[in-house]
Design a protein around this ligand. Structure first.
Ligand SMILES: [Zn+2]
Length: 260
């Protein structure tokens, strides 16, 4: 895989409309009472236990031990088999079962054609039927085809299933976050293949991955939840790595989020 800028596709967030946030919170706590967060927890507190920290950043977890039903709405047998194969990587560490089948009540519904992007509902948001009706996808792979490389299948499948388990994009702390060359970022993502508006670029890239966004986790440059960015987009002149498998910290995270 080359690191040319032309090859970069990044995932975008399917954030629920504000009006559905209350519903989503109720559904999340109903699914997994551990999603109820103590309002006194401070994400910046360095003494937080790992489980407390994960409670703060993963409030849309399924309950541990959950059997998630997963249905492909379209895609060739090859595309479906490859996504399923790489997605299973999470189940080696998380106490969760992926049951690929045809149930019309599948919690996770996958399309390859809904649009050109790749995205997933965040954890239990997939249960919010006002936003994700049962006949529509909760996850989309807009650029995977039969002849796409296995490395790309691995990267994108594991990444999107991370979202489906409630993992957010790898956020930055002030020590580790990315300092953008903002002009270059706007120029780059406003062109093909993304063709994003300034507003979308701001929320999907600059706001999300910037050095001044603090979620309380240490920056993990090896995380599968971090997408690769070309060097030309940062002020340091250093890009991010092309991560195609789970990092040790991803594994530690998911073990605590879905304990056995
Ligand atoms: Zn993503």
């Amino acid at each position: 895989m080359t690191t040319t800028e032309e090859s970069i596709h990044i995932c975008y967030d399917r954030t629920l409309p504000l009006a559905l946030e209350e519903t989503a919170r109720r559904i999340a706590v109903q699914e997994n009472p551990a999603n109820e967060v103590d309002p006194n927890l401070n994400p910046d507190d360095p003494n937080l236990a790992p489980a407390e920290r994960i409670a703060l950043i993963a409030q849309k977890r399924w309950r541990a031990g959950k059997r998630l039903r997963i249905r492909f709405l379209d895609g060739s047998p090859t595309m479906q088999a490859k996504v399923a194969h790489y997605a299973m990587e999470w189940t080696r560490y998380a106490n969760i079962t992926f049951d690929f089948g045809n149930s019309e009540f599948s919690e996770i519904r996958i399309s390859f054609y809904a649009d050109r992007g790749s995205w997933s509902a965040l954890g239990t948001d997939a249960l919010v039927q006002q936003y994700f009706p049962l006949y529509q996808p909760t996850m989309n792979f807009g650029w995977l085809r039969d002849d796409t490389s296995d490395v790309e299948y691995s990267r994108v499948s594991i990444h999107e299933f991370g979202h489906a388990l409630g993992a957010i994009h790898e956020h930055q702390n002030p020590q580790g976050g990315i300092q953008w060359n903002e002009d270059a970022v706007y120029r780059y993502f406003s062109g093909p293949p993304n063709n994003w508006s300034r507003e979308t670029i701001y929320s999907n890239v600059i706001a999300k991955y910037s050095a001044d966004i603090l979620i309380g986790t240490e920056f993990d440059p090896a995380s599968i939840m971090l997408y690769q960015f070309p060097a030309g987009l940062t002020r340091s002149g250093l890009g991010t790595r092309l991560n195609t498998t789970l990092s040790q910290r991803d594994i530690d995270f998911i073990k605590v989020a879905y304990p056995r």
